[in-house]
Design a protein around this ligand. Structure first.
Ligand code: NAG
Ligand code: NAG
Ligand code: NAG
Length: 374
């Protein structure tokens, strides 16, 4: 090649390599200088409870892709339920007999590996503490997951800061894992384990009708003005439960409506319209949005809109329509049987007591005593 034409190519090559090297934080160069609290983080509700719509194991699941895949696709908050079972802290859905996604420490180890591989990302964990693990109990699990060196420690465990550090600052300090546990009695010995209610507030979460999504505060206060006047960060729950088993007190995700629930626009209860409404009412964008089946919608579109991100980088794309799963938790067939039986009862069949018992298997431990017959 002629030297001159080679030289002509240089500026483009240089520009390209500069682009590649431009630092992105949470998938965008525009977010590096933004405060952790001022951007919107996409949250995967019940992140480890993974199923597939094509398998029998899907009914109690909340996501179609496992936690590392969620993170690679742009999820930046992962929530889970912690239960004590056989003296172990495990991730179970409502009850370890129903759905068991393994040890908390193993899941934390997976997140740690993901953080190792993705040095410019800030991730948040939200742990529902179903069997009241103490800060000391949880710290043992975080230690076993080798993840404590990433954990961010706030200046105070008793009040929310007026501003959070920027993503870049957190990345530079290496403290880019933020951990919240609702209702935790925080301990100065484990200052990275934050009581969610000191730092955040949420809207309602127990929604089974698409017209019931609300921007009003629900926890830890029901006074929206008070919540907004505090320094606490808003978490917007946006997932829909099925009503099929509500008679017997069981809720499971409404997956058939999720393409609307998680959409950026269109249809009653869509995510984009709800987020705009809340942003307007609150005078600020939600810091976190928590969804089921995050790939549907896809939910990330609404989060990108809120963050003004138009050219996200470094994301692995996942299908927004197919629902294939990379991993599965152990889900008891009891649950599937219950759903089918409740459906047939609704359609007019009168299941016999024998059917309830057959399908129930060990449902006594799940339901805490029994199914009310009517
Ligand atoms: C933590 O690190 C130790 C030592 O490298 C390793 O043996 C262990 O498997 C890791 N734990 C997890 C949950 O990854
Ligand atoms: C899911 O929600 C839609 C919209 O409200 C409703 O029509 C449908 O019956 C629900 N499905 C289940 C299984 O609850
Ligand atoms: C996105 O743009 C809107 C409107 O200019 C602004 O209010 C908001 O703070 C921006 N959000 C982020 C994360 O940059």
């Amino acid at each position: 090649m002629h030297l001159l034409s080679l030289l002509a190519l240089l500026p483009a090559a240089l520009a390209n390599s500069l682009n590649v090297r431009a630092t992105a934080c949470n998938n965008s160069p525009d977010l590096c200088d933004k405060s952790y609290g001022d951007i919107t983080h996409l949250g995967a509700h019940d992140s480890p409870f993974v199923g597939s719509s094509s398998s029998d194991m899907s009914l109690a699941s909340n996501q179609y892709y496992d936690t590392p895949t969620q993170l690679s696709a742009g999820v930046r908050l992962v929530s889970a339920q912690v239960h004590k079972s056989n003296s172990q802290w495990r991730l179970c859905h409502s009850d370890c007999n129903l759905m068991d996604a393994g040890l908390l420490s193993d899941w934390l180890g997976d997140i740690k590996e993901w953080l190792d591989d993705n040095p410019n990302e800030v991730v948040t964990i939200l742990l529902v503490n179903s069997d009241s693990a103490s800060a000391s109990d949880l710290n043992i699990e975080f230690k076993n997951g080798n993840i404590t060196s990433y954990a961010y420690e706030p200046d105070s465990l008793t009040s929310a800061p007026t501003t959070w550090p920027t993503l870049q600052k957190m990345i530079d300090s290496g403290k880019r894992l933020v951990v919240f546990v609702p209702g935790l009695t925080a301990s100065d010995s484990y200052p990275y384990l934050m009581n969610e209610w000191t730092f955040m507030w949420e809207n309602n979460y127990d929604v089974s009708s698409p017209s019931d999504f609300s921007c009003e505060a629900n926890r830890p206060t029901t006074d929206t003005a008070t919540a907004l006047a505090s320094n606490k960060l808003p978490l917007m729950n946006h997932f829909l439960y099925s009503t099929d088993l509500s008679e017997i007190g069981i809720e499971y995700p409404n997956s058939s409506y999720v393409s609307t629930t998680n959409a950026a626009s269109g249809g009653v209860g869509n995510l984009g319209t709800t987020a705009s409404k809340c942003k307007k009412q609150w005078g600020r964008q939600p810091t976190f949005i928590l969804v089921d089946f995050f790939n549907r919608g896809p939910a990330i579109d609404t989060v990108d809109n809120l963050n003004n991100v138009t050219n996200a980088v470094g994301r692995t794309s996942v299908s927004s329509s197919s629902t294939s799963s990379s991993d599965g938790a152990t889900i008891n067939n009891v649950f599937k049987g219950l759903v089918e039986l409740a459906n047939s009862a609704k359609e007019g069949a009168t299941p016999s007591m024998g059917n309830w018992i057959w399908v129930g298997g060990n449902w006594n431990s799940i339901l805490g005593g029994g199914i009310p017959m009517s």
